[in-house]
Design a protein around this ligand. Structure first.
Ligand code: B12
Ligand code: SF4
Ligand code: SF4
Length: 239
């Protein structure tokens, strides 16, 4: 940080940086220092057709997505019994803050090198009727090779199962994309047994969104929750 004579200061991260001074390793290091546990890159490609209410003129210029995951605390998840509680609600919000902040910092670094970077909120619903965010972090994370789509319809990682939350940054900064993993749930069916809505089926594609959504609406009416959260299929999916 540069101090000026009048006690104002310049934060270097907002100054121009030569593009050769940032690369995958530097961005990954910044992410790790800011609480991120998994870092990957996806080539957006076909996934662009699932972008929702984003200006196409912009997204066509952004061929890559940096996708990041932060681990959900197994201690907090351990307190869940038949639905969400105050501890999980707070933890869920803190993880969203952590992810959004890390995405903001990474995006600022990329922009300082003269590229475009669009951080997409970790958990923002753009259309309540259709229950849509701007992008599907799950799909981008799967493409980046961070994990696979589990029976519970969540991104499941080899490291921590589905006990991660996600965020993405769309960019034109050239980064080497990862590749989808050739892994699946195998014979595991733990999440099916715990879902109070019976929404989890044998195949991820048969996941019953409506049943899950109805149950989450019910949970959101509990005092002090007010959000459509649950966490039982996350708790069940540990490694
Ligand atoms: C809206 C939303 C919901 C809605 C669901 C609606 C939906 N479409 O997913 C509700 C409120 C019900 C919900 C519930 C939950 N959510 Co939610 N949610 C989101 C949010 C904000 C947007 C999702 C979105 O726009 N999807 C758009 C579609 C196109 O993408 P997709 O679902 O990945 O794609 C598949 C569907 O289209 C599907 N499909 C197939 N057939 C059908 C049929 C119908 C009718 C529909 C709608 C879809 C569908 O095919 C696609 C490919 O597989 C994301 C954050 C984000 N921006 O990604 C978090 C997110 C997906 N949620 C998350 C979590 C953890 C949860 C909950 C556990 C709640 C909680 N925190 O306790 C539950 C779990 C439900 C489950 N098992 O899937 C995490 C998932 C993390 C992970 N490891 O995968 C995310 C990524 C948030 C985050 N930052 O980490 N969520
Ligand atoms: S969030 Fe709850 S209701 Fe929805 S699929 Fe997971 S366990 Fe079932
Ligand atoms: S609990 Fe088992 S079956 Fe369910 S998503 Fe996780 S690994 Fe797959």
């Amino acid at each position: 940080m540069l101090m000026n004579h009048d006690n104002t200061f310049n934060n270097n991260s907002h100054n121009k940086v030569p593009p050769e001074e940032i690369d995958f390793n530097l961005l990954q290091k910044t992410a790790r220092e800011n609480g991120i546990d998994l870092f990957g890159v996806a080539e957006v490609g076909e996934e662009r057709k699932n972008f929702y209410l984003l200006p196409e003129g912009l997204t066509l210029k952004l061929p890559w997505a940096v996708v990041m995951a932060a681990r959900v605390s197994p201690t907090v998840l351990g307190t869940l019994k038949e639905g969400p509680n105050h501890l999980y609600f707070h933890h869920y919000r803190q993880l969203n803050f952590l992810l959004d902040r890390a995405a903001l910092l990474i995006a600022a670094k990329i922009e300082a090198a003269g590229y475009l970077a669009l951080p997409v909120a970790a958990s923002q619903i753009i259309d309540w009727e259709r229950q849509r965010g701007h992008v599907s972090h799950r799909q981008l994370a799967q493409k980046a090779g961070l994990g696979w789509r589990g029976r519970n319809n969540l991104l499941v990682t080899s490291q921590w199962g589905a006990q991660v939350r996600l965020v993405s940054i769309l960019t034109n900064f050239p980064l080497k994309p990862g590749r989808p993993l050739n892994l699946d749930c195998g014979t595991c069916r733990r999440c099916m047994a715990v879902c109070p809505a019976g929404a989890i089926k044998e195949e991820a594609a048969a996941f019953d969104y409506l049943a899950c959504y109805q149950k989450l609406k019910e949970f959101s009416k509990q005092k002090g929750i007010g959000q459509q959260i649950c966490g039982l299929c996350v708790k069940a999916c540990a490694k």
